[in-house]
Design a protein around this ligand. Sequence first.
Ligand code: PMP
Length: 412
Amino acid sequence: MSNILTDTHIDVENIRKEFQVLHQEVNGKPLVYFDNAATNQKPQRVIDALVHYYQNDNANIHRGAHTLADRATAKFEETRKAVQAFIGANEAEEIIFTKGTSESINLVASSWGRKFLNEGDEVLISTMEHHSNIVPWQMICKERGATLKVMPINEAGEIILEEVEKLLSEKTKMVAVNHASNTLGTINPIEKLAKMAHAVGAKILVDGAQSTSHLEVNVKDLNVDFFASSAHKMYGPTGLGFLYGKRGILEKMPPYQGGGEMIKDVSFTETTYNDIPYKFEAGTPSIADVIAFKQAIDFINELGKENIAAYEQELLAYGTAQLMQIDRVRIIGTAKEKVSVISFEVEGIHHFDLGMWLDAKGIAVRTGHHCTQPLMDHYCIEGTTRASFAVYNTKSEIDTFVVALKDIITKF
Ligand code: PMP
């Protein structure tokens, strides 16, 4: 794919050739896919890898004494190494495959939380968390007698660090925060938050669902204890994600689920557990998806995270400027640092209706609370319409979207 880049620029027309799904009509109009924060589309190489695996290599991994099992195992473990390099982890063993960001956070809340949270302890999350980074903490806090506290945000949708300072104390055991907000687009100052959390002896978990395909992520530079993300938001398969954890912490945590793979020895009286990461990977994983995920990581790496970020920032600036000029449109989430997500309200038009009318014009956006109901409560709204861009989107698609939006607004 070396011809996909022209200098440091993204050759979007060439990239789009890898995405057959984009080349279709929806309701008689060329598809404009602006629902990338929910899930982005998959390049052909990811789809080919899934088919190739089932056609040629299908076998269960790790315990096989035959060629296919060895081949499948080697490819599976190659992806673990690719994720390690992608996020700058020290070791491949610090990468655990899960069903996605939600499961990764549940794993930490459940395993780490049950061992390290006690009565009177506090877990600190932010106002802009996805339900996946609220509910698991609520559940474990209730079980352990700990308290869930919330970092406030300003009107633009940025965490107020001075207030965080006041909320942190020796009672804080975990700070759980997203790297980028799926609703507002805000990029959070993770390096600073990690320093602040560590200063009071707390751990920090970062929900990276909205950052890994848009930003440079290096868990060592950020100095985070846990980092979670989903493959399907990184041009990879659905139902797959990973959890990064520092070795020293993962080794102290009890298993999350029991079953095959996560053991060394089992008798009816006692079980000894496997080493990390296998201790946390009970049962047969989604082998084909893990193998295909490597292709998605290669896709991002070949384009270059910096190039992707620069291009998406162009789309974000272009889209924001146009939306700001439309009467009755209010953008929710105006942080200085944002990923390519634009959430907005249109005065007098319900977001569900707007989503439907845009779909009638071939434009896919997401409407509703985006799994951030407490954030909607903060802004005293029920939901928004959200347009979110990926590397294969174009300014001309934004033009189409803006024309459609203006047309709908003038009619209603
Ligand atoms: N956190 C954020 C910020 C998200 O955007 C999402 C997905 N919308 C999740 C967590 C959950 O990801 P998954 O459904 O893949 O577990």
